[in-house]
Design a protein around this ligand. Structure first.
Ligand code: ADP
Ligand code: ZN
Length: 738
């Protein structure tokens, strides 16, 4: 029996009424339309893309009960909690419930009082359950995490195969599959396995523009990890390690250093795992150090960073694991710390696999290896890996595009030296050997082979062998070199021959270290914190936790971080204005409105802040360098670490560098760096009050003679009478006026 389709316009009302959202995200409208029209669909959106609402909103707009298949109790529970908080009648049926509880749910359904039912596939596909569903009005079936049906996916669950019955037993009712899976093969398999009828295919972009990717070689891992954590005080993050031993060690170190940290891996007793996961969700603990065992079923939307302390075994895994950051669409950082030994470890582990699986695993490993050693935009590299085009010239959200990589000035010459050495040793040796020849090593095997006689011997003798090794990797990742045979001997590719002839472009990194987390220079936009009163945000965060505890739900279910920031930005003191805030629907206004308004009013009175700021009156300065091609939402999502944000707020009010250093508990030199960034981001042309007018005039004059490229000539031109710090500030402003 096919019901008439409800109009899409009513869905906008549903979205506003229950969720407090004003518009659809990409493909959501199309996905909902398919549901309303009872047309089967396969919806592929990245994590955080907003898949749930694609079936939750239509469920509210259609008569009957929507049945949602979900693989994990924790996922069901989170979604049911979130829906209930929005005023939607949803429930789940699972093994952790008593018979009486299940009966209660069945009664609600019979009375037509439930809109969404969450259930595991094996329970759904029992005869009893299917009979029951045939006796009531089902609006549609939504299969969440649908890749679990495919043996090709990363998370095959045989019980999902039972869902094949649905299409046969409920011919008139739409079946809709939702997944974030990136591979074509798996998507096709989903449709085939479910027996979908000419489904609507809706495939979103795999890019996650709010994730800031940074890739760095592992050096002092503890220091590197702490630098990232320190840049996110009080915020939630996940640190992935390859082995359980590493998890235990790192977690202990962090606990000892005073960080709220918990370990998570399959070797821990169930009770500990559940406890640690709950503590993370409830924000009693800030950091989870985990193996890949952690993550599935984690819907926590405000994970602000994910750190990998070793390379995962494929880009698919990397995408999956980093995907847990920034689900709320706000900025989040993804740090990948890797070392060559990671790849050796994975290769060893894969040796035992059957031939076909082994080859596949090796291909995957090559992909992530290229990603680590590569120096192309990380967003581009990831998106293209998943066979989608990426046109944005500068993502403004990765180490490569943020200009943190120091490139050598003559990469062609170095590239040619390396390639010609590979040719001279007759493409019969590995990377280490070639590097040794290039740096002029006196190792016996090189002398025995007579390779000290080669014209390329010692061509790069000023460099360290490790630097040359890195360049070889970089040439490999850019396709100029490939490794062949059992011994991984280097061979020059067709592209490599072009490079030898000077007919190709190459980029190589300077051997010097990349910048660390704490000293990263950020030209990144700060718009997602624009206008937000940080102190109020912290106060509201505390309140959210208390409320969540009382309601027995996770804090992010009460309000997402986006909502909390919007509250601290607009500072509503009436229910009408409260209801206008992003992510606040009718029920949350009724439930939490007065409570939050009281706290906001108190805070604003004490701090003499304006209240009831309307959305339109916010001034949002746009940095000059913002990429035109990027959607506004993506740009809005980027921001800075909180210390820097505070510094920016203070600079805006004209505070001195010393005052800012004190307020942010940072050194004067760091505060100085913040100021330089602040001037860049706000595109300020006047250095007052940090440089006097007279000094500025003299610096400007000197710069007219010697240029703005470097500071030293200006310093000398001024007979060294004005300190560098002042010159740096003035020059930052002069550069803005070019
Ligand atoms: P996914 O299941 O695809 O990973 P979710 O359904 O969990 O993503 O959605 C991620 C977040 O985005 C949630 O907090 C959700 O409420 C929010 N969201 C979804 N759709 C919209 C929208 N149209 N406008 C604003 N926020 C949205
Ligand atoms: Zn980039």
């Amino acid at each position: 029996m096919t019901m008439p389709a409800a109009p899409l316009t009513s869905l906008t009302d549903v979205l506003q009424q229950y969720w407090g959202y004003d518009s659809f995200r990409p493909l959501q409208a199309e996905a909902m339309q398919a549901v309303l029209e009872h047309r089967d669909s396969v919806v592929v959106l990245p994590t955080g893309g907003g898949k749930s609402i694609c079936f939750q909103a239509p469920a509210m707009a259609m008569p009957g009960l929507a049945v949602v298949v979900s693989p994990l109790i924790s996922l069901m529970k989170d979604q049911v909690d979130a829906l209930t908080e929005c005023g939607i009648s949803a429930a789940c049926i699972n093994s952790s419930m008593s018979n009486a509880e299940r009966l209660q749910v069945a009664n609600l359904i019979r009375a037509g009082r439930l809109k969404l039912l969450y259930v595991a596939p094996e329970r759904l596909c029992t005869e009893k359950m299917l009979d029951f569903l045939e006796s009531i009005q089902v609006s549609f079936f939504a299969i969440d995490e649908a890749h679990c049906i495919s043996a090709w996916g990363h998370d095959f669950r045989p019980e999902y195969r039972m869902l094949q019955q649905l299409r046969i037993r409920f011919p008139g009712i739409g079946v809709h599959a939702y997944t974030a899976t990136a591979t074509e093969h798996v998507r096709q398999d989903i449709s085939t396995q479910l027996g979908l009828r000419d489904p609507e295919w809706l495939i979103g972009s795999f890019d996650r523009p709010n994730l800031i990717y940074r890739v760095q070689r592992k050096s002092d891992v503890q220091k590197q990890v702490r630098a990232v954590i320190d840049a996110h005080p009080g915020e939630s993050g996940i640190v992935y390690c390859i082995s359980r031993r590493e998890v235990d060690e790192l977690a202990q170190l962090l606990v000892r250093a005073g960080y709220k940290t918990r370990p998570y891996h399959a070797g821990l007793p169930d009770t500990d795992r559940i406890k640690h996961q709950d503590e993370f969700l409830n924000e009693d603990t800030q950091i989870i150090v985990a193996t890949v065992a952690f993550g599935m079923g984690i819907d926590k939307s405000n994970v602000r960073y994910v750190i990998h302390t070793g390379a995962p075994k494929s880009l698919e895994h990397y995408q999956q694991e980093t995907g847990r950051a920034g689900r709320d669409g706000l900025e989040a950082e993804c740090w990948l710390l890797w070392s060559s030994s990671n790849f050796i470890t994975w290769r060893k582990m894969q040796e035992e696999l059957p031939e076909e699986a082994k080859n596949h695993a090796l291909e995957c490993l090559k992909g992530i290896e290229r990603f680590c050693t590569g120096i192309v935009c990380r967003h581009k590299a990831l998106v293209e890996h998943f066979d989608q085009a990426y046109e944005t010239p500068n993502c403004n959200a990765c180490d490569v595009c943020l200009d943190q990589l120091d490139l050598v000035s003559e990469p062609l010459v170095i590239g040619q030296k390396i390639l010609s050495c590979i040719v001279r040793v007759k493409e019969s040796f590995g990377a280490d050997y070639v590097a040794q020849v290039l740096v002029g090593s006196k190792e016996a095997r090189i002398l025995d082979n007579g390779h000290d006689e080669l014209s390329t011997y010692g061509l790069l003798k000023e460099e360290r062998k490790e630097a040359v090794r890195d360049w070889i990797e970089q040439l490999g990742s850019q396709g100029f070199i490939e490794r062949v045979g059992e011994y991984n001997t280097l061979s020059v590719t067709t592209a490599g021959w072009k490079l030898l002839k000077g007919q190709a472009d190459v980029r190589l990194l300077k051997p010097s270290k990349k910048k660390s987390a704490s000293e990263r220079s950020t030209k990144i936009e700060l718009t997602s914190w624009e206008g937000v009163d940080r102190a109020l945000f912290e106060v509201l965060r505390g309140l959210r936790r208390r409320v969540a505890e009382e309601h027995g739900v996770a804090p992010f279910i009460v309000f997402a971080d986006t909502t909390l920031r919007d509250l601290a930005r607009r500072r509503p003191t009436s229910l009408v204005n409260f209801r206008q805030v992003h992510g606040i629907g009718e029920k949350k206004t009724a439930d939490f409105g007065s409570l939050f308004i009281d706290v906001i009013r108190d805070h604003c009175e004490q701090q003499q802040l304006t209240t009831d700021v309307s959305a339109q009156s916010e001034s949002t300065p746009r940095p000059k360098a913002s990429p035109a091609a990027k959607p506004a939402a993506a740009k809005d999502a980027l921001s800075l670490s909180s210390a820097k944000q505070l510094a920016f707020d203070l600079f805006k009010t004209g505070k001195s560098i010393e005052q800012v250093a004190e307020a942010t508990s940072r050194s004067v030199s760091t505060a100085h760096d913040y100021l330089i960034d602040y001037l860049g981001v706000t595109v300020q042309e006047d250095p007052a009050p940090w440089v006097t007018e007279a000094e500025f005039a003299r610096i400007r004059e000197a710069a007219q003679t010697v240029g703005l490229e470097r500071l030293k000539p200006i310093f000398d031109e001024l007979n060294q009478t004005i300190p560098y710090d002042q010159i740096r500030i003035a020059v930052a402003c002069l550069r803005n006026s070019i």
